[in-house]
Design a protein around this ligand. Structure first.
Ligand SMILES: Nc1nc2c(ncn2[C@@H]2O[C@H](COP(=O)(O)OP(=O)(O)OP(=O)(O)O)[C@@H](O)[C@H]2O)c(=O)[nH]1
Ligand SMILES: [Mg+2]
Length: 201
């Protein structure tokens, strides 16, 4: 598998302008979005990961197999960011989900030990309203044993019945390849001809 970093952007107008399909990764700060992208692409430091939440402050585009892109979006709720900046990013992510024509799917990323909350619910609603298929990746599953993992999956699945819920571990690399195969299939990432671009974006 081939992958490379393409560019960062802070505005919709600065996102790549072409017909490639995109899958966006979103979720709370520190949920494990960047780690998951690296695991899916089998790369170590492609997407920047850090012990300090708030590492991803820009939206980053990665080209995969020269056919589609993964988009690493900044995490929600990073405490050290001002309210004004948080608001700006929340609005931007909404805009991205709403207007980005290349967007074929979203991967909502959530720490398996956390509870489904308003933030997850609002992204879920937004995607359903917009008709963008999503999947929920429950990261850090290495932190729970198997019984607790299945329990967590079942419980969270009740909150997002339409999506597939997949436990993954970027640390142990469990569930990761299965998830990529699944993403490839549901979003038909082989094809790239059905996006119509009119206005920029
Ligand atoms: N144990 C374990 N730790 C993980 C896993 N995935 C990520 N982490 C750790 O969680 C922390 C945050 O990971 P990131 O991938 O940077 O999270 P992010 O969602 O991109 O965070 P922001 O960029 O702040 O939005 C890092 O310390 C990672 O090493 C996992 O599957 N298991
Ligand atoms: Mg990140």
């Amino acid at each position: 598998m081939k992958s490379k970093f393409i560019k960062s952007a802070t505005e919709l107008q600065h996102c790549p302008y072409d017909k490639l399909k995109e899958v966006a990764f979103l979720g709370r700060s520190n949920a494990g979005k960047s780690s998951l992208i690296n695991s899916l692409l089998n790369r170590k430091g492609l997407a920047k990961v850090s012990g300090t939440p708030g590492k991803t402050r820009l939206m980053n585009f990665f080209l995969v197999n020269e056919r589609y892109r993964f988009v690493d979006l900044p995490g929600y709720g990073y405490a050290a960011v001002s309210d004004k900046e948080k608001e700006k990013w929340a609005k931007f992510i909404e805009e991205f989900l709403f207007y980005r024509k290349n967007l074929m799917g979203i991967v909502l990323v959530m720490d398996i030990r956390r509870k489904w909350a308003d933030y997850e619910q609002s992204l879920y609603n937004l995607s359903l309203n917009k008709g963008i298929p999503g999947i929920l990746a429950l990261t850090k599953s290495d932190k729970l044993n198997q019984t607790k993992t299945s329990k967590a999956v079942k419980l969270i699945k009740k909150s997002c019945p339409i999506w597939d819920v997949m436990p993954v571990s970027s640390l142990k690399k469990t569930g990761v390849q299965e998830m990529h195969k699944y993403m490839f299939k549901i979003w038909n990432l082989k094809e790239n001809k059905d996006i119509e671009l009119d206005a920029r974006g």
